[in-house]
Design a protein around this ligand. Sequence first.
Ligand SMILES: [Zn+2]
Length: 395
Amino acid sequence: MHAKETAAQAIDKNAAAIHQLARDIGDNPELGHDEHKACLWLTDALREAGYSVTTGTAGMPTAFDARRGVGEPVIALLCEYDALPDIGHGCGHNLIGAASVGAALGLAAVMPPVTGEIRVIGAPAEETGGGKVRLTNAGCFADVDAAMMFHPADACFLMSTSNALDALEFTYHGRTAHAASRPELGINALDSVLQLFNGINAMRQHVPQGVRMHGIISEGGLAANIVPDRAVARFYFRAPTRGMLDSIVAKAKKIAEGAALMTGASLSVRSYEDSNDNMIPNRTLAQQFGENLRSLGFTDIQECRTGTGSSDMGNVSHVVPAIHPYLPIGQFTGHSKEFAQGAVSDEAMETLLLAAKCLAWTALDVFKQPSLLEAAQNEHSEQRQAEEVSPTPTN
Ligand SMILES: [Zn+2]
């Protein structure tokens, strides 16, 4: 029998277990870096299917690395399984973990005779902590040839862009004083934060399309009659490419320094979350995923969407050809309670099996067609080069 049919049959045979994984994780939402149950359930299923599993990858207790097969190429299937506060699985990450494990169960049925290595990588804390950033920085994808996952959505589109993101916290230190009786002795840290907002608002006219800059004042003083000696602002800066974002952030830091000079406050700047790179979707692999969807009878397929959010899959896509296609589970807004209910619905369970089969089939195509991987890798290096030569100038 053809390897694809064998893999699909193995997924169908394990359908009840794959659905149970998605429902158990969906019904037991755990926040980023606290996904102990999900990590245990997913790794138990992988061990049973003959994968050798290690946990605690890249120093994260709820990360894992499960391997099966020998030789090359090496294909990573990524799992997410973290939830949102209050909302639960309003981004459907219960389905992402279960789909990649489902694909791994299907592939286990054909390896051997198919050669190559499957790595199922458990990436915690997509929503908050950027688990894939740490996995990437720890070299987990250094010897991987291609990386894949799926994400639930309201429609099918094979590719989506996402913005590079830096999360910066600006802290101004001034000098406290009585705001009415001795204001001349004070250095008002809050005034620096206000000037920071004014400066960044002035910059908005002069940034390229697609840039997003949004901030809050997280500390602005203690009482109206005390000159604030400490004020803090937190910003997200986003741009369509890492190079463009680096130039935007360099300008924002100059504005922040200027805002300190205007009051005499001192300034410290730090990243308060891991930075994300923009997603570089690999068209070659995405189109192969689309071909497999059609072969599996699913035809309502869009090519690409422009995404203005950010994802830590972007960091993975900068080091290895990667795909992050979307499949529909219903008409719900992302990050809502309705989406969380939809992510354990019967429709979602159908999509889950489709995703598992399509991931397994695309992995088999890469294993069996060296020219496909070569094309994906050539495309990846061309895209990386194009990004490096096109950042916006700083001055
Ligand atoms: Zn998500």
